[in-house]
Design a protein around this ligand. Structure first.
Ligand code: GLN
Length: 454
C-alpha cells in the first residue's frame, strides 16, 4: 500500500531519491512468514520505513543529496539500518535532503527540492524534508532522520509530524555520513509520539562501533509515552524558555504554543518561565562549530575514495590535486562550498582561537544554562520553528534568513540534550510545532510530555 501511495504522490512531493520496491516487498514477505509462524522479530516487524539518504545502506545508493556521491553504493549498513533490518522493518527507500544535511528547506539537494504535502508550493523544512514529507504524505508510516541543528524537529514542525533528536550518544552514528560529528544524532520521524517511542527503542542503545555511544540502557520510552497519553502531568515542572518565545516568531506559531502550554497546565503541570541568557548566542556559535567540523569531515571526498571523479579539462597529465579540485568544484553545491570555506577559515592558524576556540567557550555557557534550568524544571518548552512553512525559493538567496529557522532547535545540539517536536495545531492554515527538551539521558521525559500534548 505504501509503495502504491509513493507511486501515486511522489511525483509531486519528491520525498524519495531512491525507492527499493523489490527489497521492501521481499522483507515484507519474510515478515508475513514470521507472523504466520507466530514469531515476530519486534513490535514493528513488517512496518515499512523510509531512511534519510545520509545513512549508509548496503546495496542501496547513498548520496547525501550530493552529486559528489552519485553512484556510490555503500558496502555496509549503518548500525541503525542493521537494527531496522533485524527487527523486520521493510526499507521503502532513501529520502531527499539538503546536501550533506546543510539547510532548513531541502532546497539545497542536488536532486531538486521536496515539496510540503500541506501545500506543494512550500518547503517541507530541512535538512530532512524528505523523511518528514514522506511521513506527512502517508508514503511511509515511519522514517529516520538526522538532527545536527534541528533537521528532524524543524521539518517535523512544518509538516505536522513528530520528530525526535535523542540524547547525543543515545543512538549510534556508525554509518551516518558526518556533517558535524559533535552535533549529529539519528532519530525517529513519525505521525504519533508512541510510534516515535517504539522506533527510538529499536534504534537506540549502546554500539561499540561508535566511540561516542553511551554505554547504558535506554530509559523506558514506550512506558513514558503510555503514561503521558493518560494525561496526568501533576508534579511535572515545565519551563518556558524566555529567550526562545519572544521576538522573531510568527503570531500564529506563538498562539499555538501558548495553547499547548495551557494543555499541560490543565493536566496538572506547573509552568514557570526560565531564562537561558546564552541561548541568544547559540546560532552564531553553531554556525562556527558546525562549518569547522564539516570542513574537516568533507575532506574525505577527494575524488579517490567515493563516487564522482571529474578530470580537469585541458590538463594533459592532471595531478591528484587537479582531479580533487575539479571533482570538488563540480560535485559540491554552493551551500556546502560556503561552509567548507567558512570552516577552513575559522580553523586556520591565527584565527582558530578567535573563532573556533571562542565558539567552544560559548558552547560551554549554553550547556551551563541548560544545567541551571534543569535544576529548576523537569523539561523545557518553546515553539520548534519560528515560522510555518515558507514558499519554495523565498529564502534560497539569503543564507542568514535560512539559518534563522534553527533559532530554537540549535541549543539542544550544542548541549547534547534530547528534544522532541510535536504538532501544536495549524497556524494560518499550516502546521506548527512545540518543542520539548529534557536533560541528557532523560529522553523518557520527552515522551511523557510529548504524548500529553497530542
Ligand atoms: N538547518 C541547520 C543547518 O543548516 C541544521 C541542519 C541539520 O540539523 N542537519 O545546518
Amino acid at each position: 500500500a505504501h509503495l502504491d501511495r509513493i507511486a501515486a504522490v511522489d511525483g509531486a512531493v519528491h520525498a524519495f531519491l531512491h525507492v527499493d520496491a523489490e527489497g521492501a516487498l521481499a522483507a515484507a514477505a519474510r515478515s508475513d512468514e514470521r507472523r504466520a509462524e507466530g514469531a515476530t522479530a519486534s513490535p514493528l516487524d513488517g512496518v515499512p520505513i523510509a531512511v534519510k539518504d545520509v545513512l549508509a545502506t548496503e546495496g542501496l545508493p547513498t548520496t547525501c543529496g550530493s552529486r559528489i556521491l552519485e553512484g556510490w553504493i555503500p558496502p555496509y549498513d549503518a548500525t541503525v539500518v542493521t537494527r531496522l533490518r533485524a527487527a523486520g522493518l521493510p526499507i521503502l527507500g532513501k529520502t531527499n535532503m539538503d546536501e550533506f544535511a546543510m539547510g532548513s528547506s531541502t532546497e539545497h539537494s542536488a536532486y531538486g527540492p521536496t515539496h510540503n504535502p500541506w501545500d506543494l508550493d512550500r518547503i517541507p523544512g530541512g535538512s530532512g524534508g524528505g523523511s518528514a514529507a514522506a511521513v506527512a504524505a502517508f508514503e511511509a508510516p515511519l522514517a529516520l532522520g538526522t538532527d545536527t541543528g534541528g533537521s528532524i524537529r524543524q521539518p517535523g514542525a512544518v509538516t505536522g509530524t513528530v520528530g525526535v533528536k535523542p540524547t547525543y550518544g543515545g543512538v549510534s552514528r556508525y554509518g551516518l555520513v558526518a556533517m558535524a560529528n559533535s552535533l549529529d544524532q539519528v532519530g525517529p520521524v513519525t505521525r504519533t509520539v508512541m510510534d516515535a517511542a517504539l522506533l527510538h527503542e529499536l534504534i537506540g542503545g549502546h554500539d561499540p562501533r561508535d566511540s561516542t555511544s553511551v554505554d547504558q540502557p535506554l530509559p523506558d520510552l514506550v512506558g513514558a509515552a503510555r503514561r503521558g497519553a493518560e494525561g496526568d502531568m501533576s508534579g511535572v515542572r515545565v519551563g518556558v524558555i524566555r529567550e526562545l518565545t519572544g521576538e522573531g516568531y510568527q503570531d500564529g506559531v506563538l498562539a499555538r504554543f501558548e495553547e499547548a502550554a495551557d494543555v499541560l497546565v490543565a493536566a496538572g503541570a506547573e509552568l514557570v518561565e526560565v531564562s537561558c541568557p546564552s541561548f541568544v548566542h547559540a546560532l552564531a556559535t553553531y554556525y562556527l562549530i558546525m562549518p569547522c567540523e564539516a570542513s574537516s569531515n568533507l575532506a574525505k571526498f577527494d575524488a579517490m575514495r567515493y563516487g564522482l571523479r571529474v578530470l580537469p579539462e585541458g590538463v594533459d597529465s592532471p595531478s591528484a590535486e587537479d582531479v580533487m579540485r575539479a571533482t570538488r568544484d563540480a560535485g559540491f553545491g554552493d551551500e556546502v562550498k560556503r561552509r567548507i570555506i567558512l570552516g577552513t577559515y575559522a580553523l586556520s592558524s591565527g584565527y582558530y582561537d578567535a573563532y573556533y576556540g571562542k565558539a567552544q567557550k560559548v558552547r560551554t555557557l549554553i550547556q551551563r544554562d541548560f544545567a541551571a534550568a534543569f535544576e529548576q524544571v523537569d523539561v523545557l518548552i518553546s515553539p520548534t520553528s519560528p515560522t510555518t512553512a515558507f514558499k519554495l525559493g523565498e529564502k534560497l538567496d539569503d543564507p542568514l534568513a535560512m539559518y534563522l529557522n534553527d533559532l530554537a532547535t540549535i541549543p539542544a545540539n550544542l548541549a547534547g540534550v534530547p528534544g522532541i517536536s510535536v504538532p501544536s495545531g495549524l497556524a494560518d492554515g499550516l502546521p506548527a510545532g512545540i518543542q520539548v527538551l529534557a536533560p541528557a539521558l532523560a529522553d523518557d521525559r520527552l515522551y511523557r510530555v510529548g504524548a500529553a500534548l497530542e
